[in-house]
Design a binder for this molecule. Sequence first.
Ligand SMILES: [Zn+2]
Length: 205
Amino acid sequence: MSEKTVEIIIICGVTLFWILIVATLIWVGYRIAKAFKSHPKPLAESKVFSADDARFMRMAIDIANRNVDSGGGPFGAVIVRGGEVIATGANRVVAMYDPTAHAEVSAIREACQKLGTFKLDGCTVYSSCEPCPMCLSALYWAGVERICYGNTKADAKRIKFDDSFIYDQLALDYNRRSIRCEHFLRDEALGTFRKWETKEDKVAY
Ligand SMILES: [Zn+2]
């Protein structure tokens, strides 16, 4: 092998090495940026809140405390409109054999039943803990105006109520999620949507 060939091989090797280093750094940077994007910074704790806010939050915390005493999970929620308590809820997952019976969902159900509506416009929800993805979605569906919480989801994770994996799952493609998702019979299912679209007396929501 000539000296020139050896020199070319060394130059190629060194170039390839640096390309690999740069590509690795770009990839690591991309993963870090993506991780930060999927885990936004938690909301900073408010230093200013009204006396009513404090009163309703303490009510939610008290519900959570009493729920622990009676064998339930450490979560409570209060729904308020115009300064008036519309409904309260405690975590009843164990007692009701219902994985959806979180404090906020229980309070939403009670409030909607009481008001005879499926929309909670103008309502504020005080939750002893930051809502999980299910409750947060339910609060959006209910159309509440404001969400206030005491404990953060990081606090909940520390006592083994970890919902961060659900946020992580939602960000993944279907084929990478831990629950297998399959999609079929769309044409038949679309029939229901066509029926809904043409229904004259539907209640839109
Ligand atoms: Zn929840």
